[in-house]
Design a protein around this ligand. Sequence first.
Ligand SMILES: C[S@@+](CC[C@H](N)C(=O)[O-])C[C@H]1O[C@@H](n2cnc3c(N)ncnc32)[C@H](O)[C@@H]1O
Length: 266
Amino acid sequence: MGDPSDFCRAASDWSAKQYLKFEDERTRPPRDLLAHVPLANPKCVVDLGCGPGNSTELLIERFPNAEVVGVDSSPDMLREACERLPGRTFVESDLSVWMPGGDTNLLFGNAVFQWVPDHPDVLARLLQTLPSAGVLAVQMPDNTKEPALMLMEKVAASGPWSATLAQANAARNDLPRPEDYYDLLRPLCSRIDIWHTHYNHIIENHVGVVEWFKGSGLRPFLAPLAPEMREAFVSKYTDEIRLAYPVRSDGRVMLKFPRLFILAVR
Ligand SMILES: C[S@@+](CC[C@H](N)C(=O)[O-])C[C@H]1O[C@@H](n2cnc3c(N)ncnc32)[C@H](O)[C@@H]1O
């Protein structure tokens, strides 16, 4: 684990290779979300923040007759998605401004909207583009109060990188409450379901936990730092993770991961 070239790539763009080190665990939430989508034969399905195509593949399997399109802002993720699913359409775009075509029946966004500024407004805008019975299905990590995320902020505030990282505004904002999403989206749809699932991922060891977050939440903390500073940050963060997550009876580590799901039917 921890090939240095992945480490550097992760600092500049999303790294599909780093992200996919935990593909099975990361693909479980979109599988669970998709199981709740009440559509039988949609014409056009869009995977918002499709990443390396793992969630897109689920959509293609479930809806073999639909036109399934992936949208993402990361060139590296899109390259991987195109290789994984040749012949499919992938679009490079920022979801803050992207608009679906009029015949879209399902907008599926797994683990993306937590990265989109003012995402509740974006969700409301996207929901309103759907035809009657169209579905907006979204999952976001709701883990900003978990030790793994809190420790990123703690380490960021206490090292020689603190001024750089204070400027970078690297920490993720807390998600709004389920009630807030409900009040915003309920007037725009005929049915809405909002729930949490807490996954308890079993990770081989503490370095594995750090590798997990190098593919996601650590990226904004590492990106602004020079390589040697990045290495020192990761080393200090790993020490903190060791203290916060005791090893279990089999020597592995349990990573609790709360996620918020929203399913709205237009
Ligand atoms: C955590 S990955 C999710 C990948 C995949 N959907 C899955 O289920 O595992 C988040 C993806 O969102 C993309 N992303 C982040 N912000 C975005 C934005 N504003 N517009 C489009 N894509 C964005 C990233 O490039 C990344 O590929």
